[in-house]
Write a protein that binds this ligand. Structure first.
Ligand SMILES: Cc1cc2nc3c(=O)[nH]c(=O)nc-3n(C[C@H](O)[C@H](O)[C@H](O)COP(=O)(O)OP(=O)(O)OC[C@H]3O[C@@H](n4cnc5c(N)ncnc54)[C@H](O)[C@@H]3O)c2cc1C
Length: 297
């Protein structure tokens, strides 16, 4: 089966679509083909068709941790946000990969389950949270994830336990093996619903106070180097407010780069490289990006 046959059957498949429509930075070039599968069967059909046509496949969740280069992405881009079911069963929450981790966290809170409060304001998908081992305010995905079900690029479905995912700071096994998360189960504990929801709302208020949520961004651009905090290093280097094109080091939180209007992915990348070069010269530290940079060079 070819991609066009799938489209003829009613699968949501578009061509040459600007990915800036979907990224949190509002930057990024076009996808050659873009699909939004609604279930595992559609996802497997897409993978099989891309394989038959020898097209590379790129998987995206909520596009909140991505810079997609301005030349876009060749081949098939699959956005999983239509696979978004969330189910609470006793002290477990099962969520499909495209569900927002924020919604998953609130579903847990509403059910009086504690453990996912840290994720109440992380704007990614469940799949992205597992892939990145997303974390905030002292909690990480690895602390409450029981298992994740994946599909391989060849269409084989398998389930990993938490230990098998080799989680570490903003890292999981999936960053090495290219497998696609389709669902995750979180093992939580019974708690007091009002206290849980209060904590989530408190963390979100703190987030809006500290982070430039009024502008498009990709969250923290750099990983925290051991023993250092990125924001203060950037401020000390005199880079807060530094702007290249439409991309600016946030004046509210120096670890963020915001799109002040009309930024391109190239502006983002030039600013990232400028910061890395300056910090290397001044502090001798090689900053690694937390944000994933993809697309045609
Ligand atoms: C304002 C703001 C605040 C943020 N705050 C935080 C924070 O507090 N803590 C934190 O950790 N992060 C934070 N982030 C970053 C981001 O939300 C997280 O990294 C999130 O986990 C990314 O999920 P996503 O679905 O958006 O992934 P995407 O950006 O879509 O993709 C990121 C990577 O994950 C891969 N991926 C996505 N889905 C899947 C899948 N189903 N299977 C396999 N691979 C997949 C993609 O291929 C890509 O390499 C923030 C971002 C923003 C914009």
């Amino acid at each position: 089966m070819k991609l066009y046959d799938l489209k003829a059957q009613g699968l949501d498949l578009q061509e040459n679509i600007p990915l800036s429509r979907y990224t949190f930075t509002k930057t990024g070039g076009p996808a050659e083909y873009l699909a939004f599968p609604k279930n595992l069967a559609e996802l497997k059909e897409l993978l099989a068709a891309a394989k038959e046509e020898q097209l590379p496949v790129t998987v995206i969740g909520n596009a909140s941790n991505l810079i997609i280069r301005d030349k876009g992405i060749k081949g098939l881009v699959i956005i999983l946000t239509e696979m978004k079911e969330i189910k609470v069963e006793a002290d477990k929450v099962h969520a499909q990969a495209g569900a927002r981790i924020i919604d998953t966290s609130f579903a847990a809170g509403e059910a009086g389950l504690t453990g996912l409060e840290f994720a109440a304001g992380i704007p990614g998908s469940v799949g992205g949270a597992v892939f990145m081992n997303a974390g905030a305010y002292g909690g990480e995905t690895k602390d409450c994830l029981e298992s994740a079900t994946v599909v391989t690029r060849d269409g084989e479905v398998k389930t990993y336990t938490n230990a098998e995912l080799h989680f570490s700071y903003r890292h999981s096994l999936l960053q090495e093996n290219g497998e696609i998360v389709i669902a995750a189960t979180f093992a939580l504990k019974a708690g007091d619903k009002a206290t849980i929801l209060d904590q989530m709302n408190y963390l979100n208020a703190l987030r809006s106070y500290k982070q430039p949520l009024e502008y498009p961004s990709c969250g923290s651009v750099f990983k925290r180097p051991t023993g250092h905090f990125v924001g203060p290093m950037i401020i000390k280097a005199g880079l807060q407010g530094k702007q290249i094109g439409g991309a600016q080091v946030s004046t509210k939180h120096a670890g963020f780069i915001v799109n002040k209007g009309g930024a391109t992915a190239t502006d983002y990348l030039n600013l990232i490289h400028y910061i890395q070069k300056t910090i290397k010269e001044k502090d001798g530290i090689a900053l690694q990006t937390e944000v994933r940079i993809i697309g045609e060079e």
